[in-house]
Design a binder for this molecule. Structure first.
Ligand code: ZN
Length: 489
């Protein structure tokens, strides 16, 4: 125990010296290094019973579950929840009793009145021997049975102790029975929850199952895969891609790769990144059309729930690709005009669509401008100051597009004395396209603007939100800009 705390402390201190984000990483790594006992061998401390009234007690260093009559399935549940872990345990079961180990399971008032539900690693001493198959208790039924896995069926030992290893990491769950691989499941319906020991309801009272050596090792969550696309742009993409990459990596959440298209007049057919392997695509591209196959693949990726960040001049790209324009919501230049869709403005406290004819896309000279949050409850903007000064940048204005399923997060006033439109122009917004989430930042003309702390925080949060639908990067750093003073790193 002492050693564990010291390791952890050393990790935190080392991490602290490297900066806050790193310290979280170091602590996680230290935790992963040592397994924890879910059962102290003597008491049921840390466990709580849900569902039926089967009896649970402790005997000879084991948790013993005993059937009682006329009660539904019973569960002895950990009080804590776990997400990514490797769980090892032993059990010995009566040949007529069905049981199982719940993982990432839940009991919620608004789901079947609190019925325990979720992934169950089956304990099945019956003749079919599907022990270590994966069943979805109280929900979808069998997910992975052992019909086609004879070695795993044969691995079960009747009337003896059996060993399970259960791995749950990211969207993948794997099981082993007595060292033999049993089930592999890819499923992301429930990423975290309690662990529970089931005593199935039974027509016979007094049947018993024993569990012992319940050891859980927490594992760091797998990183999200992000892909930055560049290669052609009227902007300095070679200068901005390294910054866009570094800002994602420093969150600790992303593993980043870059796909660079051929240059102007290059053979665009050769550009076919595998979007299906990504959770996030960052668009730093404004150039020649992609091949029809790549366009189709990108549309399918987003429609099926892929995340996208549209970065600055990426909203100048592809004026004649309808789905792309729906995804970016609003764009500029490239011949865009009233036929491309309305402008989106913020007037008198609300978002207004402006159909006034005219070209789409303009900006005055670079200057510092005030960004005003219009959706303070969105995960990307929650907790940020309502108004903050962005560093010297272009203030994209008169952007036009389909503007479907678009949420304006923040606007900036384009002041006439800076050759502006006199309107509150949207600078940060989100779009829903099919199941996909898009975060669009009109900020960030060049590498210099990527140093703006306002840009950095909204880009990092926007990327996480686009990839996962949530934001865990909720900390507002001390150097975040105020309404009076911009801030750079
Ligand atoms: Zn620009």
């Amino acid at each position: 125990m002492k050693k564990h705390i010291l390791c952890w402390l050393a990790g935190v201190l080392a991490g602290w010296a490297m900066g806050n984000l790193q310290s979280v990483k170091a602590a996680t790594a230290a935790e992963a290094a040592e397994a924890q006992d879910l059962f102290d061998g003597k008491t049921l401390q840390g466990w709580v019973q849900k569902g039926g009234k089967a009896r649970y007690h402790v005997e000879d260093g084991c948790i013993v579950g005993t059937t009682v009559l006329n009660t539904p399935n019973s569960f002895l549940c950990t009080e804590k929840e776990y997400d990514n872990f490797i769980l090892d345990l032993d059990f010995k079961v009566h040949p007529s009793l069905n049981s199982g180990i719940q993982i990432r399971s839940q009991s919620l008032p608004d789901y079947k009145k609190g019925q325990v539900h979720g992934y169950q690693v089956e304990i099945d001493p019956s003749a079919r021997a599907w022990s270590a198959g994966i069943y979805d208790e109280g929900r979808r039924g069998w997910l992975v049975d052992l019909k086609d896995n004879e070695p795993a069926r044969k691995a079960f030992r009747q009337n003896e102790w059996n060993h399970y290893r259960i791995e749950a990491i990211g969207d993948t769950m794997k099981t082993w029975i007595n060292g033999v691989p049993a089930a592999t499941l890819k499923d992301s319906m429930t990423p975290r929850g309690f662990i529970a020991l089931q005593v199935h309801n039974s027509k016979e009272a007094g049947l018993q199952i024993r569990w012992r050596n319940l050891r859980l090792q927490a594992v760091a969550a797998p990183k999200l895969k992000a892909l930055i696309i560049d290669g052609q742009n009227n902007h300095d993409w070679k200068g901005t891609t390294p910054g866009l990459r570094k800002l994602l990596e420093e969150t600790g959440l992303f593993e980043v790769s870059v796909a660079t298209t051929p240059g102007k007049n290059g053979a665009m057919d050769s550009f076919k990144p595998d979007f299906s392997q990504c959770q996030l695509v960052v668009l730093n591209y404004n150039g020649a059309d992609w091949s029809p196959a790549t366009q189709k693949a990108f549309e399918a990726y987003v429609r099926q729930g892929g995340g996208v960040v549209v970065f600055h001049a990426a909203d100048n790209a592809f004026p004649s690709w309808p789905a792309y324009n729906e995804m970016i919501g609003l764009g500029g230049w490239g011949g865009r005009n009233e036929k491309s869709g309305p402008m989106v403005r913020y007037r008198d406290g609300k978002v207004v669509l402006d159909n006034t004819p005219g070209p789409g896309g303009t900006h005055g000279p670079q200057h510092e401008f005030l960004v005003e949050i219009r959706e303070p409850n969105h995960p990307i903007t929650a907790g940020l100051p309502a108004r903050w000064l962005h560093t010297k940048d272009e203030l994209y204005s008169k952007l036009r597009g389909p503007a479907k399923n678009l949420t304006v997060l923040a606007t900036a006033f384009a002041a006439p004395q800076k050759d502006g439109t006199g309107e509150n122009e949207p600078v940060l917004f989100t779009i829903q396209f099919g199941q996909g989430r898009i975060f669009h930042t009109a900020l960030g003309h060049a590498a210099e603007q990527l140093r703006s702390v306002g840009f950095i925080i909204t880009y990092q949060r926007g990327a996480e939100w686009a990839a996962t639908g949530k934001v865990t990067l909720t900390r507002v750093p001390a150097d975040f800009p105020t309404a009076e003073k911009s801030s750079t790193r």
